[in-house]
Design a protein around this ligand. Sequence first.
Ligand code: FAD
Length: 398
Amino acid sequence: MEMYEKNFDVVIVGGGLAGLTLACLLGRDGIGVAVIDAADPNKPMIGDERTTAISYGSGLILDEAGVWGRLLSSGAAIKDIQILDGDSPLLLNFLSAEVGGKDFGTIVLNSDIRAVLKNKVDALDCVQLIAPSKVSDFEILPDCGRVILDDGGVITGRLLIGADGRKSFMRDWLDIDVRRWDYRQRAVVCLVNHEYPHNNVAVEHFYADGPFAILPMADDRDGKHRSSVVFTEHGPEAKSLMHLSAATFELALQAKFPARYGEVKMIGERSVYPLGLVHASRYIGPRMALMADAAHGIHPIAGQGLNLGFRDVKEMAALVRAAYKNDQDIGADELLQTYQRRRRPDNVAMIAFTDGLVRLFSNSFPPLRLIRRAGLKAVGKLSAAKRFFMKQAMADRS
Ligand SMILES: Cc1cc2nc3c(=O)[nH]c(=O)nc-3n(C[C@H](O)[C@H](O)[C@H](O)COP(=O)(O)OP(=O)(O)OC[C@H]3O[C@@H](n4cnc5c(N)ncnc54)[C@H](O)[C@@H]3O)c2cc1C
């Protein structure tokens, strides 16, 4: 095995959407960054066929990273959100007109986000993407962290960032306790063409098995209308929607779509994600910090997982850039403590919000159903409550 050693200011383990965004934000200031990712950047990744509802606040972060313009032009705005509960005729409408005409977010393909971030990283001289390459060990010295790769290479940095996702190797290495919850649900995700336009309306229909969401996308090159679907299921794996033939799955989709979409056709493949909650009991260790899904992975019921991760990215980037500019230690314990202190309350609040929604809505227990429907009716009538939910949906911290 060939031995080599490379030195950087910051080493980011995990070149997912959070890790790459942090690299862009730091690289802009001339900070030397290595991003290590196990996946081959030239091959499609698991999750690439998913879409993300990018909130207004995340759009600002991606703009600072220099990639938002490109994504906006390929994405579709969410103008209105419709909430439905099981077979109830009650419909809750969130209209962007009620929040000063601001969109609720922009639906963008994960593969598009990854592609623009990778291009940006490639264009930054001080950022190096080391991939495909897997991290197999760490060593922490007083003034730097050493990352050992499975090809024998050693990458050092004054600060190590764990952006390596829900099953974070770095979190396990730091021996950090994790609060976990299995919702016993799976999200089956696919893209569809439909006959009539979506009019930029997102639909979230709550069922006892979990939410069924239709997210508006930009029309394809042939002008066909497109949406992304998250079809949540519950029950034994053997009975999963993944085992249905494409034709039978399309029938199941059609049955869930409101009639105004017309005929629905699946594009490409389905993929499936088990849904659970993970939250690290601490985000930091000596010269190390966790961020995004490595620190907190939540249910996609409110489409906020990555948006939350981007807020970690923003905080960490601000702290590191300030320390770097002032010639201070970017891996100092004080900086890491500040990061954890500032990010934990926001993450805990979003975890509680999404967890509460899952428990309230994925339930057919009659008294709970009554409370839920009364709650939806009340939210629809009380403008302050409605605005609170709309702000949560937009993740608007501006
Ligand atoms: C069905 C579904 C729908 C969703 N919809 C939304 C939405 O609308 N809005 C939203 O905000 N969020 C949404 N999310 C959540 C969002 O997808 C995640 O929060 C986000 O992808 C996490 O990004 P990340 O960069 O933290 O982690 P990941 O995307 O998991 O990336 C981690 C990276 O680390 C690398 N890695 C792991 N281990 C190692 C190792 N040992 N060495 C080197 N590299 C390693 C992996 O290759 C990977 O590239 C959704 C999630 C699901 C399941």
